[in-house]
Design a protein around this ligand. Structure first.
Ligand SMILES: [Zn+2]
Ligand SMILES: [Zn+2]
Length: 154
């Protein structure tokens, strides 16, 4: 179990989250590109996460995915920074945007997904899993994270 703290860009929302980190990955799908307004989005998954808002409140937008799931997307109403995702098809997993963590530079994605729509010029780093679309199973991403974390990282 880990305790992580972070905040939105303007600082109106600060949070603490406690849980088991399952994996960290980058997603190059068009949704993540639009959401991040950048080349790719990142996700840090925690199981059974206990989320505490230390200050401020989030606003929720819901997205319906092509696979029929509903994704809760929480963001700061003041600056618009996306902070948390929960998907109706993903059990008790809370996905947070690791770029909002206080120690953001420490978090390394162990996989890149939807690389088929990666922005021009992007090259996969050495030693990461790559998938052209959604991975057929998530277990390899969880395994890769366990192996990485076992080496004393992050
Ligand atoms: Zn904000
Ligand atoms: Zn995506």
């Amino acid at each position: 179990m880990q305790t992580l703290e972070g905040q939105c860009q303007c600082g109106a929302v600060r949070y603490r989250v406690h849980g088991e980190v399952l994996t960290v990955f980058a997603c190059h799908c068009r949704e993540c590109q639009r959401q991040s307004a950048s080349a790719f989005g990142m996700a840090l998954w925690l199981r059974a996460a206990q989320l505490t808002l230390l200050q401020g409140a989030v606003q929720r937008w819901q997205r319906h995915t092509p696979s029929g799931r509903v994704m809760d997307c929480d963001f700061c109403p003041q600056c618009g920074t996306r902070l948390f995702h929960r998907s109706s098809g993903n059990g008790d997993v809370l996905s947070i945007k690791p770029g909002t963590l206080d120690d953001a530079p420490a978090w390394r994605p162990v996989a890149h997904i939807w690389t088929a729509s990666a922005q021009a010029g992007w090259q996969p780093p050495d030693g990461v899993l790559c998938y052209p679309g959604n991975p057929p199973a998530w277990e390899p991403l969880l395994q890769a994270w366990r192996a990485y974390a076992a080496c004393g990282q992050p």
